[in-house]
Design a protein around this ligand. Structure first.
Ligand SMILES: C[S@@+](CC[C@H](N)C(=O)[O-])C[C@H]1O[C@@H](n2cnc3c(N)ncnc32)[C@H](O)[C@@H]1O
Length: 263
């Protein structure tokens, strides 16, 4: 996320028509009007606007953006890859309806490092609770995060085994990938998938759950209702045990949260 001041918005609004009409090239000349820190984001913006209009100049702008992308989200690089693979940008039929985009995103080195950090943070901060674990993953995505977290928790002696996993996600494709991944890694546990948004099913999620995770997902849900929804879903004795930035960029923090019964 990049926050533009009103003065920046005015400059971007003047430059975009020049990009679309072909008067402006991604060669740094007209971009001298931009705050230097915004050049990469502007190239991404211009490249995406051209791609959305199926304009053949999009790859040049995205390529120039990729050349100055920071090490975090690499936004231009990401969209340029999609153009290369699909030939066009198409609006998805629903958020996260195609798990491939997130699978690509989650393999970026910055994302892998954040995920590894969250896993070790969760392992260190959860109270040891030998026994069998019942876990709920809110916004489980393709299950990649849980597939790393569960073995790490068991390897560290936090739990002995996994007995039940409830996966919640409104994207059928994401849920199906997560279910297949978790069921094959934990064949003896009960794996249940719910295709739904947290805000629509919170009252029907009552566990008992020993651990609840929401990684890179809570920002998709209504912020002002988080605590109410979590209390509704989890009951009064499950509390946040740790909340941690899962991905930090100069402009935004996404975070991960895990909850359980305090030991
Ligand atoms: C960025 S992915 C994160 C996936 C996974 N938790 C991880 O860390 O790899 C966010 C997921 O949240 C899901 N999501 C979006 N809105 C949601 C909602 N209202 N309730 C539950 N899940 C939601 C999306 O479908 C998506 O799969």
């Amino acid at each position: 996320m990049l926050t533009l001041r009103p003065a920046d918005v005015a400059i971007w609004s003047e430059l975009l028509p020049e990009v679309l009409s072909g008067k402006m090239e991604p060669d740094g000349r007209a971009e001298r009007r931009l705050d230097p820190e915004q050049v990469g984001a502007f190239r991404f913006f211009a490249g995406s606007a051209l791609a959305a209009r199926a304009d053949a100049r999009a790859p040049a702008w995205l390529g120039a953006g990729a050349a100055v992308d920071g090490p975090d989200l690499r936004a231009s690089h990401y969209v340029a890859e999609i153009l290369l693979r699909c030939g066009h940008l198409a609006a998805p039929s629903g958020p996260f309806s195609d798990p491939r985009a997130f699978a690509h995103f989650s393999r970026l080195p910055a994302m892998q490092a954040c995920r590894a950090e969250f896993v070790s943070f969760a392992v260190d901060s959860l109270p040891p609770e030998p026994g069998s674990l019942r876990v709920l993953d809110i916004g489980c995505g393709d299950g990649g995060m849980l597939a790393e977290l569960l073995p790490a928790l068991i390897g560290a002696g936090r739990w002995d085994e996994v007995s039940a996993v409830t996966l919640l996600d409104p994207s059928p494709a994401m849920l199906s990938s997560a279910k297949a991944r978790i069921a094959s890694a934990w064949p003896d546990s009960h794996v249940e998938g719910r295709i739904a948004r947290l805000e629509d099913v919170a009252s029907t999620l009552a566990g008992p759950h020993d651990l609840v995770v929401g990684s890179l997902s809570l920002h998709h849900m209504p912020r002002e209702r988080w605590m109410e929804l979590l209390a509704e879903a989890l009951g009064p004795d499950v509390r946040p045990l740790g909340i941690r930035t899962a991905l930090a960029t100069p402009h935004a923090d996404l975070f991960a949260l895990h909850l359980g019964r305090p030991g």
